[in-house]
Design a protein around this ligand. Structure first.
Ligand SMILES: [Zn+2]
Ligand SMILES: [Zn+2]
Length: 340
């Protein structure tokens, strides 16, 4: 099969992903092989490709927002029939036995596997998933529209949950990329007022079109104190500005897996019971809940599609803020691998 292979991390300007022919993976017990039709491009992929996340598998195929069709079943796999459309997300597997898994916090598992990082992902024509970690995709979403829901969407949803806001609340979104453009739709649907602080006129325009009552630069102070804010931009230097925008008791949720250092904080920014917390990964319950809500609303993702072999260009565009909404790799593989 064709795949974009990362042998060793390097700045995206050096095109570190290699267009390669590799053997298609064989599904083991409880696994399904999925013919990939679309794979969303996430900022985490950029952190993997550029090495901000330490290499865990080499070479590795990145990509963890996979939509495709079940094409082969491993032994004992019976949750999905052949031909079923499924989604594969970041959390590839857990150990099920650690204290976090036993407490229903599998997103914090001590021994997790991650799609497109510790195991191969979806920048390829075929990908494997554990059937119990795959998602059924609501019918209403075309493949390319569905792909960004699987990380950007689910993580944004978990961030909203962590923010603990209710109807009428004022929510700040810092950074307005793939995750924020989905989260704002969930927030608006719940009657939350959204203030979007982001660099780039394009991103600000998209935020206003999706219902933001205010847009400004990432360091600008919104005109009202916020009940909560979510920081999607991987820029620690924004944290003081975001904390300064919160009312007393407000919550700042950090949504990224990697962020540049947070500068020293004046304690006054945190005092009065303001809370700053991160969100790490997601539980399968988050994913199922979000996909149901996404279909109900319904969420509309704004997608820019790239051919699979141009994954380097997609990541480069993401890094330099040239993607408005979500970038997605469009993949079309031979229909029957074993006979082609
Ligand atoms: Zn565990
Ligand atoms: Zn992601």
């Amino acid at each position: 099969m064709k795949a974009c292979l990362l042998r060793s991390p390097a700045p995206i300007a050096q095109n570190p992903l290699e267009w390669a022919d590799v053997p298609a993976p064989e599904p083991g017990p409880g696994e399904i092989r999925v013919r990939v039709s679309a794979c969303g491009v996430c900022r985490t992929d950029l952190h993997v490709v550029e090495g901000e996340l330490p290499p865990r598998k080499s070479p590795v195929i990145p990509g963890h927002q996979i939509v495709g069709v079940v094409e082969k079943l491993g032994a004992d796999a019976r949750r999905f029939p052949l031909g079923a459309r499924v989604g594969i997300a970041w959390l590839h597997a857990t150990d099920r036995t650690c204290p976090y898994c036993r407490a229903g916090k599998e997103n914090l598992c001590d021994h997790p596997a991650f799609t497109g990082y510790t195991v191969d992902g979806g920048y390829a024509e075929y990908a494997l998933a554990r059937e119990d970690f795959a998602y059924a995709i609501p019918e209403s979403f075309p493949d390319e529209q569905a792909a960004p829901l699987l990380c950007a969407g689910i993580i944004g949803f978990r961030c909203l949950r962590a923010a603990g806001i209710e109807r009428g609340a004022k929510l700040g979104l810092y950074g307005f990329g793939s995750a924020a453009h989905v989260a704002i739709q969930v927030a608006r649907h719940r009657g939350v007022e959204v203030y979007a602080a982001t660099r780039g006129k394009q991103h600000q325009q998209l935020a206003r079109r999706l219902g933001a009552v205010w847009t400004g630069d990432a360091m600008d102070q919104p005109p009202e104190k916020l009940d909560a804010a979510i920081l999607f931009a991987p820029a620690g230097e924004i944290v003081p500005a975001a904390l300064a925008a919160l009312r007393k008791g407000g919550v700042l949720v950090l949504g990224g897996i990697h962020m540049s250092p947070i500068p020293p904080l004046d304690y006054n920014l945190l005092y009065h019971e303001r809370v700053m917390r991160s969100v790490a990964n997601n539980t399968r319950q988050d994913g199922d809940d979000f996909l149901r809500v996404a279909a109900e609303i319904p969420i509309r993702t704004q997608v820019t599609a790239y051919p699979l072999r141009e994954a380097n260009r997609a990541l480069s565009d993401l890094k330099s803020d040239r993607v408005n909404g979500s970038a997605v790799l469009a993949v079309s593989a031979p229909a029957n691998l074993d006979h082609s």
